[in-house]
Each structure stands twice: as structure tokens, then as C-alpha cells.
Design a protein around this ligand. Sequence first.
Ligand code: ZN
Length: 79
Amino acid sequence: MRTRIRATGAACHLCGRAIDYSLPSSDPKSFVIDHVTALANGGQDALSNVKAAHRRHDCNSKKRARVHDDSVRRSNTLK
Ligand SMILES: [Zn+2]
């Protein structure tokens, strides 16, 4: 699974930034598999249910809500 995602060279689906797939797994910016539907919620461990993400960053610890808040704040300042 990891090898197949790595082969796509996909960007992080949480923050949209590129992932350096050459980083060791101990690096906070290295890549991890993120299940779109958690396995605990009945999600499958299949390529259709996984996306690449950074191991650790702000948007990962607070998930999509944080990303959404930031974009709302930015658009407000533009008005
Ligand atoms: Zn990211």
C-alpha cells in the first residue's frame, strides 16, 4: 500500500503541500497513509480509501476544521 501511494507522488490531502517521500519515517514531515473513512468506522484498507498525508503538522492534529478556519479567516481579510 505505501509503495503504491508513494509511486503516485501525491501531495498531502490535508494541507495540499507536497510530500518528500525520501524522508525517513521518523521525520515529522514524512508521509503516512491516512484512511478517509477510519477503519474503526467501517472503512476499508484499500487504495480507494487512503490518501497520503504528512506524519505531523498543524492541520493533521486538528484535522480539516483547522484548515477550514484558516481559509475563512483569510477570505474575511480580503473583503
Ligand atoms: Zn500536510
